[in-house]
Design a protein. Structure first.
Length: 653
């Protein structure tokens, strides 16, 4: 048996050992998760070699015909042994020690190979419980290994019927830190494509409406301009909103001297091979597609992913961005350009993910999928597979389209219909002006270790809910909060809420809120400065009328030096809030408190804040306090602390 020449990386070795350990514990059916680009195929080869050396054969199953040839080539390259292919219209080689088969052929009980010690189910998140269970039960003595980067089924169901254990590989973040996957830079825009009004019928946006919405908001000229500005001459995959959209992008790029090609499900195998060959040789710089270049495409030199296709599927988003994360000598980092809100909604590739064999918590979004009555498989036909056989019109003048498709699990013919919707909902509003190319800028994902260290100490010494802690961070670091990058906030979210499922989404909200609070603070300080100037002008005018000698040329402080009362630590911590709150009070209140009072205690309680103010025991104190309206102070401090304020006074000892 030829020896495999590839050397395993440490995390691959750990993954393989964990799989064998699970088998040894009695779990015959194991699901292995490993990040996009981490080398699942190399791991298959090593695992397969173990069985081949014991004179047991290997069966690998792919869910799409176009992935079978690629899988077979990988096995030949890595193991050096003969590989047979089992699919329609292909010459069989059933004596080969490794067989790569389509699930459609196996489900029909055609050409089932014998003496199988290992069954590998590639991209097993497509697996259907009924069809795959039949194959698994047929090979009742074989070990079963399902593999995927995104173990979440399209129908939202779990994997308990198929697998007994899940082995989760190294997280993407760690693989990037250790240099096994590429670092990446993110470019995005505030003028994102709006998906308002687009219906979801199968767990993702309706493809027809999606294409119309995207092309109405973002022209191919916009896409071309941003490509030239940000990544010209870089090897780029563009994910379009439809097949027609993809072709239109290719046409425009080609007409403007950028070598681009389009690929879809109807592209013949020979032409597809030639297109990918030209792309991988550098003859083609841009490859456009719709739902094709996802699982199974592992070209290492992809430098950029340009996403103009919004999706409601986190799996699809991770598969798209994963195409650029493989390391290569041709790039020092990958570029992700997203003119949608995918990155905000689904996070970035290095966000931590919680994978489980249990059903998806987002099951409700998968209504409307097609169910095969023959094998019970629930699936979503790809766009290019939907060719209506005929169309009729109902009594309301709405189109009814009749389709025939084929189950990807058992190949049974399935007939279904779709009915045109009555256009009663408001059409999507265009957010981008026609002809205006959106301003795409880089999102700073760098982390300032000095800031994180200070925040970490604050968080670990602070009690309360995550929301209370975030508000505390704003208060504590209000003077520098505008320096916090999105990368800083992502790290902070991981410290405060280590189980947050989409930390990037939460971090973006905190980042935006921090900038707003900083902006409001600057506005308040500017208002104080303007008031100081007005007071100075007023005082100078009064002195001039009274014939007083000119005063030194400096701004008169509206809030005078605080009295020697209050808690020094509290006064120092909340000095800015004290100044801003007094600036919102009447002049008489402001003058009295600035001369005779100081903060003694500040306590945050849920949605409120208790503020204790210490007063000097001055003559006529009771009369002075009668002139101060409680509502005035409550409103002033409430606005500054963004909470309901309760004010209490105490006399100094």
């Amino acid at each position: 048996m030829p020896r495999i020449k590839y050397e395993l990386r440490p995390y691959q070795q750990d993954w393989i050992e964990d799989i064998f350990s699970s088998w040894s514990r009695g779990n015959r059916r194991v699901l292995g998760q490993m990040a996009c680009g981490a080398g699942k195929t190399v791991c298959f080869a090593y695992i397969s070699n173990y069985f081949l050396q014991r004179e047991q054969r290997v069966l690998a199953i792919a869910h799409r015909i176009e992935l079978i040839e690629q899988a077979a080539n990988k096995f030949r390259e890595i193991t050096g042994v003969d590989v047979g292919i089992i699919k329609g219209k292909t010459k069989l080689n059933l004596e080969a020690p490794i067989q790569v088969a389509s699930i459609q052929t196996l489900a029909q009980r055609k050409h089932l190979p014998y003496n199988i010690g290992l069954v590998v189910i590639d991209e097993c998140h497509h697996a259907s419980a009924s069809t795959y269970r039949q194959v698994i039960e047929h090979y009742s003595q074989a070990k079963i290994l399902g593999v995927t980067a995104t173990p979440e089924r399209i129908d939202g169901q779990g994997f308990e019927e198929l697998f007994e254990d899940m082995i989760v590989g190294y997280p993407t973040e760690k693989l990037i830190q250790e240099g096994y996957l590429s670092r990446f830079r993110l470019f995005a825009t505030d003028q994102t494509i709006s998906t308002k009004g687009i219906e979801k019928s199968d767990g993702d946006f309706n493809s027809k409406d999606l294409a119309l919405t995207v092309t109405n908001q973002l022209s191919v000229e916009d896409i071309y301009k941003n490509y030239c500005q940000l990544v010209k001459d870089k090897t780029t995959i563009i994910y379009a909103a439809s097949i027609a959209h993809s072709k239109e992008i290719t046409k425009y790029f080609t007409e403007n001297d950028i070598k681009a090609e389009h690929i879809d499900g109807d592209t013949s195998p020979k032409e597809r091979f030639n297109i990918l060959e030209r792309f991988q040789s550098g003859a083609t710089k841009v490859l456009t597609n719709y739902e094709i270049l996802l699982e199974g495409y592992d070209y290492h030199d992809v430098e950029c992913v340009f996403c103009v296709r919004p999706t409601a599927s986190p799996m699809l988003w991770l598969q798209m961005t994963g195409r650029a994360l493989r390391i290569s000598s041709s790039k020092s980092f990958a570029t992700i350009i997203d003119v949608t809100e995918n990155w905000k909604q689904h996070g970035l590739p290095d966000d931590a993910r919680k994978w489980s064999l249990s059903a998806s918590s987002m099951l409700s979004q998968y209504r409307g999928l097609i169910k095969c009555e023959n094998c019970t498989h629930i699936f979503r036909p790809l766009y290019h597979e939907l060719h209506p056989m005929y169309v009729e019109v109902d009594d309301n003048g709405l189109l009814i389209k009749h389709y025939e498709t084929y189950c990807p699990s058992c190949a049974a013919s399935i007939h279904f219909t779709t009915k045109e919707r009555s256009e009663t909902y408001e059409r999507v509003k265009v957010r981008l002006k026609p002809g205006l190319s959106p301003l795409i800028t880089e999102i700073n994902l760098e982390v300032n270790s000095e800031i994180i260290q200070k925040v970490y100490i604050f968080v670990k010494t602070t009690n309360g809910s995550p929301e209370d802690i975030y508000k505390g961070i704003y208060r504590k670091f209000i003077e520098i909060v505008e320096k916090f990058t999105l990368g800083d906030w992502r790290r902070i979210v991981k410290i405060v809420e280590p189980n947050e499922l989409v930390p990037t989404k939460k971090a973006w909200e905190l980042y935006q809120d921090g900038l707003l609070k900083h902006k409001n603070r600057l506005a308040a300080l500017a208002a104080i400065e303007q008031r100081q100037k007005r007071e100075k002008i007023k005082a100078d005018s009064l002195r001039k009328e009274l014939g007083s000698p000119p005063q030194p040329s400096k701004v008169i402080e509206v809030v005078k030096k605080p009295a020697n009362v209050g808690n020094p630590d509290v006064k120092r911590q909340y000095n800015n809030q004290w100044i801003l709150a007094l600036s919102r009070c009447m002049d008489s209140t402001k003058d009295f408190l600035s001369n005779h009072a100081g903060l003694f205690h500040v306590e945050f309680i849920g949605y409120g804040v208790n503020i204790s103010i210490e007063l000097e025991n001055v003559p006529d104190l009771k009369d002075k306090l009668k002139d101060i309206r409680d509502s005035e102070l409550q409103d002033a401090f409430g606005a500054i602390f963004a909470k309901k304020a309760n004010i209490m006074f105490r006399l100094s000892k």
